[in-house]
Design a protein around this ligand. Structure first.
Ligand code: PMP
Length: 362
């Protein structure tokens, strides 16, 4: 498709072209029902099949066992910052937080409003340029949970392991790297993620919660905000974001047909290596924000020698169809978001543009 750009936006992010084409093709008449999925009852057979498929596909891709419930909630990851504490931080308990960027700081702030919380490590003093090693973390084994953010979308840092929680349930905001590499779900109490980066269109928030933790949700919580109530009703307490869940069903089906998470990881490594090689081979022209051992394979963040060169880089890239590369305002510079859907060919074009731009301006 000649007029589609290479989209390096941080989210909502690019969707697989075959998925967009399928959505277009069945938009007016969903599989012979004579109406759009956007117009179908969320309790009718057409949507029910989609709802169940979305849950099953996600469970398969995550390799999550039956001891986990998959919930489809709303309000984005941002709402989960509060809901995690509302559901899990029971009276008299305390939760530990690791803060490695803006989103984990907001999660900590939200937690503070519902109970006792403790920040056990932060990368703030060094501009959120890395994540901690296990030897730097000493979570309380009696903590209600230990919260961390696996990929820091703004700063471009990422854990390449599941951190040790010392026995307390591990809670992870995986909004910007869920399904990007195979991980052992059994290490987690709760995983949550907004859909709009690696899962599908914005609107649904996925929550994967270990069943034994459901007992902690107080019956006084509104049903739409209670993990236990949502699990009991298969996330159909109220009208779910049907279009977003439909998109998620198609995106997860697409990845299952492509070889699953191991194949996704292989592609992600190759893409990230291309861009970090362009940074490392630039003799200091491009300065990566993240320290090498914490480099994100999802968001590659870097600066150029001057703001003028950064502006000219962004304009030049856009003119070549390399879109949405402007860094977040708190870091500036350039951010190339290369989520699961970003194609290798587009990343090659960006690496070539980086090398060429440096040759012309270095
Ligand atoms: N957590 C992370 C790691 C994110 O990247 C984002 C959004 N960029 C959020 C939370 C907030 O997500 P939402 O907009 O779905 O609330």
């Amino acid at each position: 498709m000649a007029n589609r750009v290479r989209n390096f936006g941080a989210g909502p992010a690019a969707l697989p072209l075959p998925v967009l084409e399928q959505i277009r093709d069945e938009l007016l008449d969903f599989r012979g029902t004579g109406m759009s999925i956007l117009e179908s009852s969320h309790r009718g057979p057409a949507y029910s099949e989609i709802h169940e498929e979305a849950m099953t596909n996600l469970r398969r891709l995550l390799e999550a066992g039956e001891e986990y419930e998959i919930l489809f909630m709303t309000g984005g990851a941002r709402t989960q910052f509060s809901l995690v504490a509302m559901n899990l931080l029971t009276r008299g308990s305390r939760a530990d937080y690791v803060t490695t960027g803006r989103w984990s700081e907001l999660a900590l702030d939200a937690g503070r409003r519902f109970g006792a919380v403790r920040e056990i490590w932060t990368s703030a003093p060094h501009g959120h340029d890395r994540v901690p090693g296990d030897d730097e973390l000493a979570p309380d084994p009696r903590a209600a949970f230990v919260h961390y953010t696996s990929n820091n979308t703004i700063y471009g840092t990422q854990y390449h392991r599941v951190p040790e929680s010392g026995g307390a349930p591990l809670v992870c905001d995986m909004s910007s790297d869920i399904l990007s590499w195979p991980l052992d779900v059994s290490r987690f109490g709760v995983i949550y993620a907004g859909a709009q980066k690696n899962l599908g269109p914005a609107g649904v928030t996925v929550v994967v919660v270990r069943r034994d933790l459901l007992e902690r949700s107080e019956p006084s919580l509104p049903e739409t905000m209670s993990y236990a109530a949502m699990a009991a009703k298969r996330s159909l307490v109220n009208t779910p974001p049907v279009f977003s869940i439909y998109g998620l069903a198609l995106v997860t089906r697409h990845w299952l047909s492509q070889g699953g998470v191991r194949e996704i990881e292989r592609r992600n490594r190759e893409k990230a290596e291309l861009l970090y090689a362009a940074i490392d081979g630039s003799e200091g022209f491009y300065r990566g924000h993240a320290r090498p051992d914490s480099r994100s394979r999802m968001n590659v963040t870097f600066n150029l020698p001057t703001p003028e060169l950064e502006a000219s880089f962004l304009t030049g890239a856009a003119a070549e169809g390399l879109a949405a590369l402007k860094g977040h305002r708190s870091v500036g510079g350039v951010r190339a978001s290369i989520y699961n859907v970003a194609e290798l060919e587009g990343v090659r074009e960006l690496a070539a543009f980086m090398n060429d731009f440096r040759a012309r301006n270095g």
